[in-house]
Design a protein around this ligand. Structure first.
Ligand SMILES: [Zn+2]
Length: 245
C-alpha cells in the first residue's frame, strides 16, 4: 500500500504538468465524466494524506490511491482499471485503481489540513486531544485512524511505536501524556525520514521492525501478528516494546 511519503514523491514528479492544458481525458470509470477536464489548465497538484488533488479553474479532481492505486507518468502500459488518463501537448499521466471524484467546493472547506502528518499546518496538539477521547482503544488502532493521523500507514505506525518502545497492543489511556506526545512526534518524524530514504531509494534498509526478521538492538525475532479491531498486521520487538495496559 502506498503511504504518504511515496505519494508526496509522486506529486513532486507530477509538478511539470502544472500550468499545462489538458488535451484529452479518458477513464474506464462509468460515473466519472472526463470531458469536463478537456481544455482545462492545471493550476496546482497537491497532496492530502494518501490523496492526490488536481486543482483546475473552479473545481478539483480528487484521486485516492487506497490499497492498489498506481500512477504512471509518460507510460500507459498498466493492466489495472484506468481511473483517469490525461494527455497534454508534452507528456501524459494516468491513475489506475483507487477512486476518483470531482470536488466543487473550495478545498479548505473539504479538507482539514491540520490532520495531515506531513502538512506544514499539521497540529500535534489537536491529535493529542483526539487521542484523549479514545482512551479505551489500542494505540495501534488510533495511529492508523486517518481522521487523526492522515497519511500515516502501517510502516509509520509500527516504526513510530518501535522508536518510542511502546507495544502496539497498549491502550491509549494507559500511556502517560508525555509518551503519547512522543509517539505523535515520532509518527511525524518517521514520515519525513521515510520520504528522505524513499527519495534516495534506500527506504527498505532503514526499517527497524516493518517486515524485519530480527530486532536491530537485540537480534531477537520480530513478532508479526494481527492486533486490534481492523485485523491489521503489527510488527514489534517484545524486548524493546512495553505493553501499557
Ligand atoms: Zn528489541
Amino acid at each position: 500500500m502506498p503511504e504518504a511519503p511515496q505519494i508526496r514523491l509522486i506529486v513532486k514528479d507530477l509538478q511539470p504538468f502544472v500550468g499545462q492544458k489538458i488535451i484529452k481525458a479518458t477513464t474506464q470509470e462509468k460515473d466519472f465524466e472526463p470531458k469536463r477536464l478537456e481544455g482545462e489548465t492545471i493550476k496546482e497538484i497537491l497532496v492530502f494524506g494518501k490523496q492526490i488533488l488536481i486543482r483546475l479553474s473552479d473545481f478539483t479532481v480528487r484521486y485516492h490511491l487506497l490499497m492498489f492505486g498506481k500512477v504512471k507518468i509518460n507510460e500507459s502500459n498498466e493492466k489495472g482499471k484506468l481511473r483517469l488518463g490525461l494527455k497534454f501537448s508534452k507528456g501524459e499521466f494516468s491513475f489506475y485503481a483507487g477512486t476518483i471524484y470531482y470536488i466543487d467546493e473550495p478545498l479548505d472547506e473539504v479538507f482539514d489540513w491540520t490532520t495531515d502528518v506531513m502538512n506544514p499546518k499539521w497540529d500535534a496538539t489537536k491529535a493529542l486531544g483526539k487521542l484523549a477521547k479514545h482512551e479505551d482503544e489500542l494505540i495501534s488502532d488510533m495511529l492508523i485512524d486517518q481522521d487523526i493521523f492522515n497519511g500515516l500507514g502501517n510502516k509509520g505506525v509500527n516504526e513510530a511505536l518501535y522508536r518510542t518502545k511502546v507495544h502496539p497492543a497498549s491502550t491509549v489511556g494507559a500511556l502517560p501524556i508525555n509518551k503519547r506526545k512522543e509517539i505523535i512526534k515520532e509518527a511525524v518524524d518517521f514520515s519525513f525520514d521515510y520520504l528522505d530514504w524513499e527519495e534516495k531509494g534506500v527506504a527498505k534498509n532503514h526499517f527497524s521492525v516493518y517486515l524485519k526478521k530480527t530486532c536491530p538492538v537485540h537480534g531477537t525475532p520480530i513478532k508479526h501478528e494481527e492486533i486490534g479491531k481492523n485485523g491489521r498486521k503489527c510488527h514489534w520487538c517484545d524486548e524493546c516494546q512495553k505493553v501499557y495496559a
